[in-house]
Design a protein. Structure first.
Lengths: 120, 286
């Protein structure tokens, strides 16, 4: 009985951790986007130009640029699926579940390859 | 780029987020035609905004579904191994196709969605399906036991256990879901939910919840590529995001408790009208 309920309880604890990480990430991302909207309304620039480049993100955030706030919020939100993957990877290492661990490694490699391809 | 109303964008996000998370389709299937046909935004920018919105919708929906243990995490991760390469292929293909071709493909896809939504309806939570999933003999001989799942369904007030069939076929089909997701900015739930439910025998609620997880992975890849190509504009996406967030929260809560047959028919009617308009626009008639 214990052997069947333990993995189930561990999986449920993983589900809770992922849910919490997603909620926190969405909250921060949403707050940054809302801050961008509020600033754009206050300084009366409804048409923000394109997304802020990563290289000038921090200086533009300090200058209270609305596009920089929206970009920072988007970056956090777009990286949330990677958080699911990393949390799952750590869990499956701890529980030594071979098949899902292999799947996680494949996915991490795929995402890394996508980013490398994108940056080229 | 046309002038767009901030409240109209937020309202679009709210409607797309609610219906998208209720039906596990991400909301892009509604957002792209609204942004292009009603607001006059070029389709590449509409698709880019749609993909980013779907990431938010999918992450919000996943945070709720996974907290209730409805999401089959292991199945979702496995299917993502083919969906992500499909999403990358779709995004690169989209940058090489013209707007009329994309509009035509989108219109045809929506007709397909209408077709898949109609036959799926009577299969939802049929007693035979629940009983078959609970058969202990089948469970002992399950070849892919690590992909099996169970969750509590408050609508029928019981624990639902199921085993996953044909994972390899599901993964192959999932690749094309990934291509369509990035190519047309629709998330891919319109492919994933029927594949998991009809082909892999995953109960529809678990299929919708797992589809949300898949959407998060596939649209993340696609939206990063669109953002890199300059097709994500802050002033379009910023008002949509709060609407999508609220809609996703609302949609997941409604989906857990309601059998929304009437809503599906409204959704089908909406798709038929917008698909017709998209095809007419592609052919330069509208």
């Amino acid at each position: 009985m214990q052997t069947t309920t333990n993995p189930q309880a561990k999986l449920q604890s993983l589900n809770k951790r992922i849910s919490l990480a997603l909620r926190i990430g969405i909250g921060i991302g949403l707050a940054l986007v809302l801050a961008g909207i509020v600033i754009s309304v206050i300084i009366n620039t409804p048409h923000m130009s394109g997304l802020t480049p990563l290289s000038s993100l921090v200086p533009d955030l300090l200058k209270l640029s609305p596009a920089a706030f929206v970009t920072a919020g988007l970056i956090i939100i777009l990286l949330l699926p990677a958080v699911i993957l990393i949390t799952s990877f750590a869990h499956f290492i701890a529980t030594r579940e071979k098949q899902p661990l292999i799947v996680c490694v494949i996915l991490i490699l795929m995402l890394a390859a996508s980013y490398v391809l994108l940056l080229k | 780029m046309p002038d767009v109303n901030i409240w109209a964008l937020a309202g679009t996000g709210l409607v797309a987020g609610t219906l998208g998370s209720m039906l596990g389709v991400g909301g892009g299937i509604m957002m792209v035609p609204i942004l292009t046909l009603w607001m006059g935004i070029p389709i590449q920018y509409a698709i880019g905004s749609s993909l980013v919105s779907i990431v938010i919708n999918a992450c919000t929906a996943t945070s709720v579904y996974i907290d209730n243990h409805v999401t089959n995490l292991k199945l979702g991760l496995l299917m993502s191994t083919t969906l992500i390469p499909g999403a990358v292929a779709g995004a690169f293909l989209a940058s090489r196709l013209s707007s009329p071709v994309l509009s035509l493909l989108f219109g045809l896809l929506m007709f397909y969605v209408c077709y898949t939504l109609i036959p799926r309806k009577p299969r939802r939570l049929s007693p035979e399906q629940i009983e078959a999933a609970k058969d202990p003999h089948e469970k002992v001989h399950a070849p892919h036991a690590w992909l099996d799942g169970n969750y509590y369904d408050p609508a029928v007030k019981q624990e639902i256990s199921y085993q996953t069939h044909r994972p390899v076929t599901g993964m192959v089909t999932g690749f094309f879901g990934g291509v369509i997701s990035s190519l047309l900015g629709v998330g891919g739930g319109i492919i994933n939910v029927p594949v998991m439910n009809l082909l892999m025998k995953v109960p529809v609620k678990a299929a919708i919840a797992t589809s949300s997880l898949l959407l998060a992975f596939t649209t993340m890849t696609g939206s990063l590529i669109y953002a890199y190509n300059g097709y994500v504009m802050p002033y379009i996406i910023a008002p949509i995001i709060p609407g999508i967030f609220l809609g996703a929260q609302l949609g997941t809560r409604i989906a857990r408790r309601v059998q929304s047959a009437a809503l599906i028919w409204i959704f089908i009617a909406f798709l038929l009208v917008t698909s017709g308009l998209m095809i007419l626009r592609a052919l330069n008639i509208f």
